[in-house]
Write a protein that binds this ligand. Structure first.
Ligand code: GLC
Length: 713
C-alpha cells in the first residue's frame, strides 16, 4: 500500500477521522436508539462514526468481524479500523499482575506471558495492546503500582523490554502478535500523595534517572505506540506537553511511532485549566505531536477548523495520519482487515492447557517468601491444617486489569489444598475473628498449622484505587491475633496489589506474598507451601513500616546528616520509627540457604574503556534445591549531582542443586556507571565506586574500585 498516495486521496474530514478512536458499541448497536445518547454526548453524527480510525476494546472475533465489515461497507476510503485493548497480564489465561512478574526477577517470564496473551488476544482480532505499563512508582498508596514493575528504573527497564518483545514477538505484521503501547508517558507513577491522576512535579534529574529509563527501554525494544499520561508533568498536562512529547519522546528517545492519549485525556486538558475550550485543546495536542485521541472528539470536531483558519498547518494533521496509516500497514491490515480474528482458533488457543500450565509455572516464581521463622514452611502433608480468612474459598486471584479473565474458572486455595492431599481439619471463610465462634477456636487447636488466607480484594488496587492506609482491610488482622492465641504455628498467605503495612501480619510465623497470581494462583501457592517447589520471588518495591515513611525506596540519597545511631540528635530521622523499611527492595527468602563469599574484582583501577569483572562464590548451604537471585549494586561515592547509596545494575536468577557451589560473574562497563544529567545526557564521572553483591538491596558484601578518566590502548 502506498501510504503517501493514499493520504493524498483523503479529505480533511477523513484525515481527522483517522485520529478518532471509539468504543465498539458505536458500530454494532442501533445508532438511532442505543447509541443516540452517546453520539449526542460526543457531538457526532451517524456518518461520523464511519470515519473513525480505531476501536477501543472488542469482545471477540465475531464482534470484530461484524464491526470491520459494517465499517468497510460504509467507508469511502476503505481504510480498515485498528482494534486496541487492555491486554495487560493476560487475555483469558491470566498471568500474575505486573508487579508480581517483576518479583520473579526473571524478565523472560514476562516475555512468555506477553507472548501467550498476544496469541490469545489476536484470535479476537485485537491488533494493539495498551501494555506494558512501565510507570516507576515509589508510592504504594497509588493503586496502579500493581500494573507496573516496581520502584527501580533498571528492573522496570528489563521488564519493559521483555514485555514489548513478548507482545510483538517476530513482528506485528504476523498473525498472533500484538503491537505494544508503552504507557503512561510520563511519570504517571509519581502523583503527589499517591493519589491517582494527581499532580506530578519533579526535577528533570530525577525524571531522567528514575522514571524515564523504562519508557526508553520499551521504545528501544520496538514498541509501536506510546500512551500519554493523565497527569500534569511540571505544570503542563502530559497530553499536550511539547517538551515531553516532541523534545524528549520523539527527539531524545527517537520514538517515531503513534502517540495515543489516555481515555478522554484531551477533554481533561480543559479540566486541568490549560485550555478554555476543546478547540484550544486540539491545537495544543496536535502541536505536541499526539496522533490518536481516545474516547473524545476534540480532533474530529476542530482540526479542520483550525486548519481552515490557518491556526495550524495541514502538515501537522498529515504527519499524524501518516503515522497511523503506517502502523496499519505494518499490522498488515490493508492486506487483511480481519487479521487474526478467528473464532475457531479462539476455541483451540484461548485458555489452552499449556497456557494455563505456563501461568502456573510463572506464578510460582513470582511468589515471595517474606518470613519463615522456625522453618514452619515447607509444610509436609502429614501435618494437618486449618484454613481461615477471606481467601479460603475465593477464586478472585486474577487481580485488576485482567481483561476477559474469568476468575470463576480459577481454583480456590481450599480446593487446591484438598486436591493435593493435605489434611484439612477446618476451612472457613471469614474476614475477622468475630466470624469464628468458640467451637471454631477449638477446632483450630486441633490443627498442626493454621493458615490465614488474607489480603486486599482485587478491586482495591488498580486505576483510581489509591489508599491512605495500607493495612489489611476489614479487620483481617484480628484473624492473625486469633490464630496466634491458639499457640499453633501460623502461616499467612497474603493477596494484594501493592506493598502493605505488615506490622500485624509479620507477627505470624511465616508470611508468603501471593500478590494476585492469575488463573493458576491456588495451585502454584499450595505447591510452594508444601515444598513441591521452592519460592524464589524478591521484592521489586520497598515495604514501609507505616504510611508516614512514604515515599521510601532503596536507592535514596545519603543526605548531609544521615542517621547512624541514636547518639546523634540532629540527623535525618523520625522520632517515632526508624528510617529502615519493614522489608527492603530485593528481599525474599528461600527454603534453601545461600552463602556468598570470596567476592573479587579483576582490577582495582578501571580505565574508562575497560570492563570490570566481578566474581563471587555462592553456595547453597542446604539440602533444598532452588533459585537464588544474585543482585549487583553500585555506589558512586563522590559525584555531582550526588548519586544514591545503592543502584541496581545487574541481577542473575540462578538454580542451585542441594549443596551446590557456583562462581557467579558480572561485568560492568563505564556506561553502566553513568547517570543522566538535567538534559538527559549520560554522564560518566571518574572516581571511587563501591560494588555490592547479595540476595537483596541491604547486602553489605562489597569491594571498592576506582574508575579513571583515561582509556588504555
Ligand atoms: C484507562 C487507563 C489506561 C487504559 C485506557 C483504556 O483510563 O489509564 O491505562 O489503557 O484507559 O482502557
Amino acid at each position: 500500500m502506498n501510504i503517501q498516495s493514499l493520504l493524498s486521496t483523503l479529505t480533511i474530514e477523513e484525515k481527522a477521522g483517522q485520529l478518532l478512536q471509539l468504543a465498539p458499541f458505536f458500530f454494532i448497536k442501533d445508532l438511532k436508539v442505543e447509541v443516540a445518547g452517546a453520539l449526542r454526548a460526543l457531538d457526532l453524527s451517524e456518518a461520523d462514526i464511519f470515519l473513525a480510525g480505531s476501536v477501543l476494546g472488542i469482545h471477540d472475533a465475531k464482534e470484530m468481524i461484524a464491526v470491520q465489515k459494517k465499517y468497510l461497507q460504509r467507508s469511502r476510503h476503505k481504510i480498515p479500523l485498528m482494534f486496541m485493548a487492555d491486554v495487560i497480564h493476560g487475555y483469558e489465561t491470566i498471568f500474575p499482575i505486573p508487579i508480581a512478574l517483576a518479583s520473579s526477577f526473571h524478565p523472560d517470564l514476562a516475555k512468555k506471558a506477553a507472548r501467550i496473551a498476544a496469541l490469545e488476544a489476536q484470535t479476537a482480532g485485537i491488533h494493539v495492546t495498551f501494555a506494558p505499563m512501565v510507570d516507576v512508582s515509589r508510592d504504594p498508596r497509588w493503586g496502579r503500582v500493581m500494573e507496573g514493575f516496581g520502584e527501580d528504573a533498571y528492573l522496570a527497564s528489563c521488564f519493559s523490554c521483555a514485555s514489548v518483545e513478548g507482545f510483538q514477538h517476530d513482528g506485528i505484521g504476523k498473525e498472533g502478535n500484538l503491537a505494544a503501547c508503552v504507557k503512561h508517558f510520563a511519570a504517571y507513577g509519581a502523583p503527589e500523595a499517591g493519589r491517582d491522576y494527581n499532580t506530578v512535579d519533579m526535577s528533570m534529574h530525577t525524571f531522567y534517572n528514575h522514571y524515564a529509563p523504562p519508557y526508553q527501554a520499551g521504545i528501544k525494544a520496538g514498541a509501536h505506540l506510546v500512551m500519554t499520561a493523565f497527569n500534569t508533568f511540571n505544570g503542563i498536562p502530559a497530553t499536550v506537553h511539547q517538551g515531553l512529547l516532541r523534545d524528549i519522546l520523539r527527539g531524545q528517545m527517537g520514538f517515531d511511532g503513534v502517540v495515543i492519549t489516555d481515555y478522554d485525556a484531551l477533554q481533561q486538558v480543559i479540566t486541568h485549566g490549560v485550555a478554555s475550550e476543546l478547540k484550544e485543546a486540539a491545537r495544543l495536542a496536535i502541536e505536541a505531536g499526539v496522533d490518536i485521541e481516545m474516547a473524545s472528539t476534540a480532533y474530529f470536531r476542530y482540526l479542520k477548523t483550525l486548519i481552515d483558519e490557518g491556526v495550524i498547518p495541514l502538515a501537522l494533521l498529515d504527519e499524524a495520519v501518516l503515522r497511523i496509516l503506517t502502523l496499519k500497514e505494518k499490522l498488515g491490515l490493508f492486506d487483511n482487515p480481519f487479521k487474526g480474528a478467528d473464532a475457531l482458533k479462539a476455541t483451540q488457543r484461548v485458555r489452552h492447557p499449556d497456557h494455563l500450565a505456563t501461568s502456573e509455572r510463572i506464578a510460582r516464581e513470582c511468589t515471595v517468601l517474606l518470613k519463615n521463622d522456625h522453618q514452619v514452611l515447607p509444610l509436609d502433608k502429614t501435618r494437618s491444617i486449618a484454613l481461615i480468612g477471606p481467601y479460603v474459598d475465593e477464586s478472585s486471584t486474577n487481580g485488576n486489569w485482567s481483561w476477559h479473565g474469568d476468575h470463576r474458572l480459577n481454583e480456590t486455595l481450599h480446593h487446591a489444598f484438598a486436591r493435593k492431599g493435605h489434611d484439612i481439619v477446618m476451612a472457613k471463610t471469614g474476614n475477622q475473628a468475630t466470624d469464628y465462634d468458640r467451637q471454631d477456636i477449638d477446632t483450630l487447636k486441633q490443627a498442626d498449622v493454621i493458615i490465614v488466607c488474607a489480603g486486599e480484594q482485587a478491586r482495591q488496587s488498580g486505576e483510581a484505587r489509591s489508599r491512605t492506609r495500607l493495612d489489611l482491610p476489614d479487620g483481617q488482622e484480628t484473624l492473625i491475633k486469633m490464630a496466634k492465641a491458639t499457640g499453633k504455628p501460623v502461616v499467612v498467605l497474603l493477596f494484594c496489589g501493592r506493598p502493605l503495612v505488615l506490622k500485624e501480619i509479620l507477627k505470624a510465623d511465616a508470611v508468603m506474598l501471593c500478590w494476585f497470581l492469575g488463573s493458576r494462583a491456588a495451585s502454584a501457592i499450595v505447591d510452594l507451601v508444601n515444598g513441591t517447589f521452592n519460592p524464589s520471588g524478591r521484592l521489586p518495591m520497598t515495604f514501609p513500616q507505616n504510611e508516614g515513611q512514604i515515599p521510601i525506596y532503596y536507592n535514596h540519597l545519603n543526605t548531609g546528616r544521615p542517621y547512624r545511631d541514636e547518639r546523634n540528635e540532629y540527623v535525618s530521622k523520625y522520632l517515632d520509627v526508624s528510617n529502615d523499611p519493614q522489608l527492603s527492595f530485593g528481599h525474599g527468602l528461600s527454603y534453601a540457604r545461600f552463602n556468598y563469599e570470596d567476592m573479587r574484582l579483576d582490577k582495582e583501577v578501571m580505565a574508562i574503556n575497560e570492563t570490570l569483572t566481578i566474581t563471587v562464590t555462592v553456595t547453597n548451604d542446604s539440602q533444598q534445591a532452588g533459585h537464588e537471585v544474585i543482585q549487583l549494586y553500585i555506589r558512586d561515592l563522590v559525584s555531582l549531582p550526588v548519586r544514591p547509596v545503592k543502584e541496581l545494575k545487574g541481577f542473575q536468577k540462578v538454580w542451585f542443586d542441594p549443596a551446590e557451589t557456583k562462581s557467579i560473574v558480572f561485568e560492568l562497563k563505564a556506561k553502566d556507571l553513568s547517570a543522566f544529567d538535567q538534559q538527559g545526557k549520560p554522564q560518566i564521572e571518574p572516581g571511587t565506586f563501591d560494588v555490592f553483591v547479595g540476595g537483596g538491596s541491604n547486602t553489605t558484601l562489597s569491594r571498592r574500585f576506582v574508575l579513571k578518566d583515561v582509556g588504555i590502548k
